[in-house]
Design a binder for this molecule. Sequence first.
Ligand SMILES: NC(=O)C1=CN([C@@H]2O[C@H](COP(=O)(O)OP(=O)(O)OC[C@H]3O[C@@H](n4cnc5c(N)ncnc54)[C@H](O)[C@@H]3O)[C@@H](O)[C@H]2O)C=CC1
Ligand SMILES: [Mg+2]
Length: 363
Amino acid sequence: MRTGNRTRPVLTSGPRTMLLLNPLRGILSARPQVLGLTRFSSSFVSRMRFLNRLKQEDEACAAALQDGQLVLFHRLQPLLQRGPTGTFRPVTLTCSGVQSLLQNFGSDGPLLEDSILIGCSEQNQAQFCLDVGHLDQAAVAEFCAGTFIDLRKSFFLLPGPAAQLVAKAQALLRWHQTNGFCSATGQPTHRNRAGSQRVCSSSSIIYYPKMSPVVIVLLSDGSRCLLGRQASFPRGMYSALAGFCDMGETLEETLHREVAEEVGLEVQDVSYSSSQHWPFPHSSFMLGCHATVSPAHTQLDVDRSELEDARWFTPEEISSALQAGVPPRGGRPPDVWLPPKHAVAHHLISEWSDRQRHLQASE
Ligand SMILES: NC(=O)C1=CN([C@@H]2O[C@H](COP(=O)(O)OP(=O)(O)OC[C@H]3O[C@@H](n4cnc5c(N)ncnc54)[C@H](O)[C@@H]3O)[C@@H](O)[C@H]2O)C=CC1
Ligand SMILES: [Mg+2]
C-alpha cells in the first residue's frame, strides 16, 4: 500500500505501536552480538574488530543487521525525536521495526538490505542507516513519532556523539547515492553488504567513501588571533581560516599556502590540535591547527574574492564572544559571533582563549 492511500489500521501495527507503548527502549534490543566470533566484551578494541569484520564479511554484516539499530533518513534528512528532557536524539528502530514500516507503507523502493553500516553502540549493537526518501515524509515521521530535520539544523540540535553519527550516516548515504557508476568504465558499481565500498561490475575497480582534507588554522600574533568570514557565512559569524588541500600537499604546505592566499601573511610555527569530519557542504576532513605569525608582520592583505572580512581579535573580544554563544534564530545577530560548539573552529578558538587566560594569570 502506498503512503498516499494508507489506512488507519496500518498505523496501529508495527513500530508505531512499539514506539508509543515503549518509546525507543521498547524497539531497541540490547543483546550482544555473537556472530561466530568470541562473544565480545564492550571494550573499544572488541567493538572496532567487530565493525571491521562486518565491513569485510557480508554474511556477518547481514546477521548483525538482524539485531542492529537503524537510523532513518528521508532524502538525506535524519529522523529525530525530542527526548523527555527536551534534548533531541535520532530515532533508532529495530530491524523488525523497519521491516514492518516498509511493509506497511508497501515499499517497492529501498529494502532493509540497502541499509549502511555506520557504527556500533556502547551496548554492542551494530548501527545502520537507511534512506526512505521514496516514501511519504510526513507519514513516515508520524508513524515513527519523530521529525525529519535538515542535516545542518540536526547537527546543531544533537549532542556531540549523536551529531557525528548522523553526519557520518548522511555522508555515507550521499556517497552511495552519487557513486552508482564507475568513472572509468561507466558501468554500474555494486556495494558490499556494509556499504563500506563499491566495486565496478566490469573492471572490478574498488571505490571507497571519500572525504576532502581541509586545513583549518587559528593564527595568533602572540596577543591576538585572526578570524575571517566568507560572504556566504551567516551574518556576523567569524571563523578560523580554512582551505582544501591540493593534491600532493602536506598539511603544513596547505596551511602556509592558504594563509598566504587569503590574508597575505607568512606563517611561522604550526602545531596540530584536533580533527573533525565536517559534513557541509560535502564530506571534509578538517585538520585543526594553531599557527603563529611574527608580531612585526601582522598587516593583512585580504583576498576579497575569498573572504568578505578578516581581522585580529583581542582575548577580551574572543572571551565575550565565546560567552555570548550562538545567537538565536531571527532578530539581528551581534556584529561578531563564533561557530557553535560542535565545530572544530570553536574548539581552536576556545583552546586559544584558555591559553591566553593562563598566560595572563601567570604574568
Ligand atoms: N568545521 C568548522 O569549524 C569549519 C569548517 N569549514 C569548512 O571548510 C571547508 C573549506 O573552507 P573554504 O574556506 O571554503 O576552502 P577554500 O579556501 O579552499 O576555498 C574554497 C574553494 O576551493 C576550491 N576547492 C579546491 N578543492 C576543493 C574541494 N575538494 N572541494 C570543494 N572546493 C574545493 C573551490 O573553488 C572552492 O570554491 C568548507 O567546506 C567549510 O564548510 C570552514 C570553517 C569552519
Ligand atoms: Mg578558505
